[in-house]
Write a protein that binds this ligand. Structure first.
Ligand code: ADP
Ligand code: ZN
Length: 729
């Protein structure tokens, strides 16, 4: 047991987020320090932030230990939070320090208030004006005189802090002390809500009761798109607020937070705290503190909000719980939905998983009775679900550079001039997926990845979707040197936009793609403008499928439904089903009925069949049966293993050495497959080899994996990454 308080001179164990792999011992400072306190400690020549974690059990003589440098003015980390971080580390097989890093992402946490400064605009202008300096001045002018902390100003203006220093010396920026943080306004759960229909009322009552119970539990809130799930779970939020507890709503996409916050404000009369990468550093620090103090009662955010220091978390909503973006794919490989359930279980909280198309894992848990279930089967009000129709493209001899078939084109024609919108969905960013030399057949690839370069016309460059590197479109083929032989093959959204503009020159066209270089704010304004009728034809990638509400939209065209079905990934069928269902759900959300046309070369594919039939339960049942037969998740446990390194031979050697230790798994009736080159066999110059561990459900996989990993010493530069419950394989 760790004592509650350490007196001056006591030995304390401090966990920092430095990659050290263990708790370090220090001496408690003058005045002592509480268990869980956030502190700064000397580490070599530096000072790093850490948490008082334990009593410290090193054998280094007490009198030689360095003392804790500062105790940070913030509420101490609660035992439940420590337990959560520990469990996340154990589950994902990542070092605790890496997990702690997720929990201490409050910029300037360690700064004393005296160090908090803001810049306001002075009258002097610098002798030399640069574009960066001009952006800083324009940013402050736009804010109409409101001062900004340096880090926020740098982020908003897109400049380095060095630029700010220069402007400070020139007298353009004036330093003053930061005002005290404004408290978060109180949300009122008892303001009148929208009158709910019968289904919604039943669902809301069930959730309210669950929240009131003050116990741990999970509910699948399954409702067709537009059924009003949000209104239902906001009632659960209201109940958590009434109980004096905190609530967290996770959303899969930053671009959705703005509209959601407006909805919260209408319902509860004030804005919640917001937490994601688009929030400025000062606002993140303010939110982090207010959450730790228990003052911010509702947080809306991205998956990382799960690691905020809630005092008394009573409810977590995971909206669009099936969404792939809940899995963090670098650093700590965690799935926010699963970790939400874990966090709730440690704080007697309820989790609500809201979706129209649950992940098979979630569906299976509800089937097994582990999760409660609420169903909303109809759209709210008079809106109907869209009619779904497959368009067989096998005989369609489309001209080159065209991907919109006759039936879809007719649908678009019929809507132009009526004020109704059409949405064309193609899950491919950029202009064309392939750039090929017509003379020699060379496909232009990335220098550091085993991946093709994708042409992006908006920026007029080729881009690698693996590493993000861009380069100019070469005037000649890099292989044979012939000029003007490079040709774009296949469509991306930008090229589809070209087809649309050529065929419907008078239509207003909007492209929504996640690689557009605009701020979250600008993107949201653009989406709002589109929703208000600012476009006739919307072209989008995956990001348009997510919760956006376009009331004028009545036609959805899926350009190529077969894209996601190829490749044989474990979740290919599930993902295609979810994606097409969700994108179709954008149509006909108001009073006009919607139509969804699905262009496919595989009209007999069972996934397409399931989408058309509308019998979701039949789809989940057959998908579940297939997984069960494979021993695949959720009926078995899988762990992906990626071995990567700069040297191909050493990387493969390590993977083979690991494979030779497979006996450890067979003894536990698990098995090891591989090694084989990963689907993208090289990224950023590193070779990638993968293995797969399959285990029956009851096997405790993590301890086995940890022992297995430790049996092989990876040579310098070679990394072994374990991915529990991989999203694709
Ligand atoms: P979902 O999240 O299930 O897709 P939403 O909660 O976004 O659905 O609701 C769809 C639309 O129906 C929204 O525009 C919402 O404002 C409206 N709506 C849902 N429930 C009600 C209600 N009880 N009263 C009025 N409007 C509602
Ligand atoms: Zn690359």
């Amino acid at each position: 047991m760790t004592p509650e308080f350490f007196h001056e001179g006591d030995r304390v164990g401090i966990l920092t987020s430095e990659p050290i792999g263990r708790v370090l011992d220090y001496r408690a400072p003058e005045g002592g320090v509480s268990n869980g306190a956030y502190v700064q400690v000397p580490l070599g020549p530096r000072k790093v932030t850490g948490v008082v974690w334990s009593a410290g059990d090193g054998d280094y003589p007490l009198e030689k230990l360095r003392p804790v440098a500062t105790v940070i003015d913030a509420p101490a980390m609660l035992p439940g939070m420590k337990q959560f971080l520990t469990r996340v580390a154990e589950y994902t097989l990542t070092p605790l320090d890496a997990v702690l890093r997720l929990a201490t992402r409050a910029p300037g946490l360690a700064d004393p208030p005296s160090k908090r400064r803001v810049y306001r605009l002075g009258d002097a202008r610098p002798d030399r004006m640069t574009p960066a300096r001009a952006r800083v001045i324009a940013t402050l002018e736009e804010l109409g005189g409101a001062p900004l902390p340096p880090a926020d100003l740098a982020q908003l203006a897109g400049v380095s802090t060095g630029v700010l220093k220069g402007l400070e010396e020139a007298g353009t920026l004036i330093v003053q002390a930061a005002p005290r943080d404004a408290p978060f306004p109180t949300l009122d759960p008892d303001r009148p809500s929208k009158p709910l229909n019968d289904d919604q009322r039943r669902g809301a009552a069930q959730l309210r009761e669950a929240v009131r119970s003050g116990t741990y539990g999970t509910t699948l809130l399954k409702g067709v798109t537009g059924s009003g799930k949000t209104e239902v779970y906001l009632e659960a939020v209201a109940e958590a607020l009434r109980c004096g507890r905190q609530a967290l709503v996770l959303l899969p996409e930053i671009a959705l937070t703005g509209a959601f916050i407006e909805r919260v404000e209408k319902r509860f009369g004030a804005k919640p705290a917001e937490w994601h990468s688009g929030v400025t550093p000062a606002n993140r620090r303010r939110a982090w503190k207010a959450v730790a103090e228990g003052q911010a009662r509702l947080v809306v955010g991205a998956r990382s909000a799960l690691f905020l220091p809630f005092r008394d978390l009573g409810l977590i909503i995971v909206d669009e719980e099936h969404d792939g973006s809940y899995k963090q794919e670098d650093g700590v490989l965690y799935h926010a939905r699963d970790m939400a359930v874990l966090r709730a279980s440690l704080s007697a909280a309820q989790t609500v998983l809201a979706t129209a198309t649950p992940a098979l894992e979630t569906w299976a848990n509800a089937e097994a009775g582990k999760y409660a279930r609420i169903e909303l089967t109809e759209r709210f009000g008079t809106a109907l679900l869209p009619e779904m129709r497959a368009v067989d493209m096998r005989g369609a001899a489309l001209p080159r550079d065209q991907w919109i078939g006759g039936e879809l084109a007719k649908g678009i024609d019929a809507r132009l001039g009526t004020g109704e919108q059409s949405l064309l969905f193609l899950n491919r960013r950029g202009y064309a997926p392939l750039t090929v030399c017509r003379a020699c057949g060379e496909q232009v690839g990335c220098h550091q990845c085993d991946a093709r370069m994708v042409e992006h016309r908006f920026i007029n460059r080729l881009m690698c979707h693996q590493c993000g590197e861009t380069r100019p479109i070469p005037p000649a083929c890099p292989a044979c040197g012939k000029e003007e032989t490079l040709a774009a093959i296949g469509p991306g959204v930008e090229r589809l936009a070209e087809e649309v503009t050529a065929r419907w020159p008078d239509a207003r066209v909007a492209v929504l793609s996640s690689d557009m270089t605009e701020s979250a704010r600008a993107l949201r304004d653009r989406i709002d403008a589109i929703a208000d009728g600012g476009a006739d034809i919307i072209i989008g990638t995956q990001m348009v499928a997510k919760g956006h509400n376009f009331p004028l939209l009545t036609l959805v065209g899926v350009i190529d439904a077969d894209l996601g079905l190829q490749g044989g990934d474990l979740r290919a069928a599930e993902r295609t089903f979810q994606l097409i269902r969700q994108v179709a759900g954008r149509a006909g959300r108001a009073d006009k009925p919607g139509l969804c046309l699905i262009q496919t070369h595989l009209p007999d594919n069972p996934v397409i069949g399931a989408i058309l039939s509308g019998d979701d339960e039949a789809f989940w049942r057959s998908e579940a049966a297939a997984r069960q037969q494979l021993g695949a998740p959720p009926y078995g446990r899988w762990a992906g293993v990626i071995v990567s390194g700069p040297d191909e031979r050493l990387t493969f050697d390590t993977a083979r050495a690991l494979a030779r230790e497979a006996g450890l798994f067979t003894q536990a009736s698990a098995s090891l497959l591989g090694p084989a080159p990963a689907p993208v066999a090289k990224v950023r110059g590193r070779t990638r080899v993968r293995l797969l561990v399959k285990a029956p459900k009851g096997v405790a996989l993590q301890p086995l994996l940890a022992e297995w990993r430790d049996r092989v010493k990876a040579p310098n530069g070679v990394r072994v990454t374990l991915d529990i419950d991989p999203q694709s394989f």
